[in-house]
Design a protein around this ligand. Structure first.
Ligand code: KG4
Ligand code: ZN
Length: 404
């Protein structure tokens, strides 16, 4: 079959992105306009501002993606756009623009689930490297600012389907990174800076207990303990020992919970009287909008660096232990780790080390394709293009869209 060029558009959160991907296996262009500077003063994404920034950026970003690909509007084969999940107003900017383009150009339009996009970021790059062999079952951990979800991914002919076997019951892992960074006066987004500062602290200094998930009705579904994690005894809450409980359906579930660790950090800050130094840090960093690692380090004492390193260590251990427990339960042959938090250095290293011990191949996207981008949307659209699963013009944004 001749090459198929799909123009992908992504606007679900705080990145306006467009990309051209050839036949689901080659990134021809990939443009991302970040809104970090807009949201930074507020310590998180402000939905109204996000929509406004998308409106401002969408036309130049799409034009740049086409220009860098050496393509015209007429020479692309199809358009793909994120339908959800995400911020409704932000999604609508990308969807309205993509619909108008598709209508004007008389090209097919494909609606893509953002989470499926994160999974296809891995597939896209593996194909790009020439790796077309994939052993099933595949388990994908999608770990980002909005999600911490485990999916079993299946392929039937061209089309893909997904079964969710675990998700966060409260905060997503990226959200926990962002909230803890905000509590510590480190600004937004928190993941990248915590990642870099963690190397400068002792990860064993503070012991955090990440809360474990109990099934709402444990009488009807007996509990099943899986792989004890390392003992952690910081008294953030009364955490039972590491355990995973049988789910409410036919299949066991591997749920996460990260709101407790944020509260534990807050409690640590109060007990160790860190408020003043946090305020001083916040002021110092507010004066340096382009702060470098040295600037952050200059504002952090040893106790704070130890707290940051310990927080990251607890997050990584929990994500890795629960995901690997799920791979054992489902006899998984291949593991994908994707989404913004998959850019985290310690998470990658720990997954690589621990999965290697079990002979399990683990794949990550490159860092630029770990966080939000449109290449992953164009890649996920390719099998749908082959199956002619085109969107009708009346589809709309689905803020809480599930992946199936
Ligand atoms: O996938 P993404 O770009 O957007 C969502 O779909 O949410 O993920 C953004 C999230 C943010 O919470 C950010 O703090 C986190 O990914 N993140 C990281 C790192 N880089 C981004 N978390 C930990 N370590 C990183 N290096
Ligand atoms: Zn994302």
């Amino acid at each position: 079959m001749s090459s198929i060029f799909i123009l992908g558009i992504e606007s679900s959160c705080d990145e306006t992105a467009a990309a051209v991907v050839r036949s689901g296996e080659q990134v021809v262009s990939n443009v991302v306009a970040s809104q970090i500077a807009t949201h930074q003063p507020y310590g998180g994404v402000v939905p109204e501002l996000a929509s406004r920034e998308h409106l401002r950026a969408i036309v130049p970003v799409v034009r740049q993606a086409l220009a860098e690909a050496g393509k015209t509007y007429e020479s692309i084969d199809a358009l793909a756009v994120t339908q959800g999940p995400g911020l409704a107003g932000a999604l609508l900017v990308g969807i309205s623009f993509a619909k108008a383009l598709a209508f004007a150009l008389d090209k097919p339009l494909i609606a893509v689930n953002h989470l499926e996009g994160h999974i296809h970021a891995v597939l896209l790059e593996e194909r790009q490297k020439g790796n077309h062999e994939l052993r099933f079952p595949v388990l994908a951990l999608v770990v980002s600012g909005g999600h911490t979800h485990l999916y079993l991914a299946k392929q039937n002919d061209q089309s893909w389907s997904y079964e969710n076997i675990g998700h966060t019951r409260d905060d997503a892992a990226g959200e926990a990174f962002d909230k803890v960074a905000k509590l510590l006066g480190l600004g937004y987004p928190g993941g990248p800076i915590i990642d870099r500062l963690s190397h400068h602290g002792d990860p064993r200094a503070v012991k955090f207990a990440i809360s474990q998930i109990k099934h709402p009705d444990r009488r009807s579904s007996p509990q099943k303990a899986v792989s004890p994690g390392k003992a952690r005894d910081y008294k953030s809450e009364s955490a039972p020992p590491f355990a995973v409980f049988e789910g409410w359906g036919k299949t066991p579930r591997f749920d996460f919970s990260y709101s407790g660790i944020k509260t534990a950090v807050l409690r640590y800050i109060e007990m160790h009287k860190l408020a003043q130094s946090i305020e001083a840090r916040r002021h110092a960093l507010a004066e340096k909008p382009k702060a470098k690692l040295e600037d952050y380090l200059a504002t952090c004492d040893v106790e704070t660096l130890n707290l940051i390193a310990s927080f990251q260590c607890a997050m990584v251990e929990d994500l890795v232990a629960k995901t690997l427990a799920a791979t054992r339960e489902y006899d998984v042959a291949t593991l994908f780790v994707t989404g913004g938090v998959a850019a985290n250095n310690e998470l990658r290293q720990t997954f690589e080390t621990e999965a290697a011990k079990e002979g399990l191949p683990v794949y990550f996207p490159s860092r630029p394709l770990s966080t939000d981008n449109a290449a992953m949307i164009a890649a996920a659209a390719y099998p749908k293009f082959l199956a002619q699963q085109f969107a009708t013009m009346d589809f709309s944004a689905e803020a809480g869209m599930a992946l199936r």
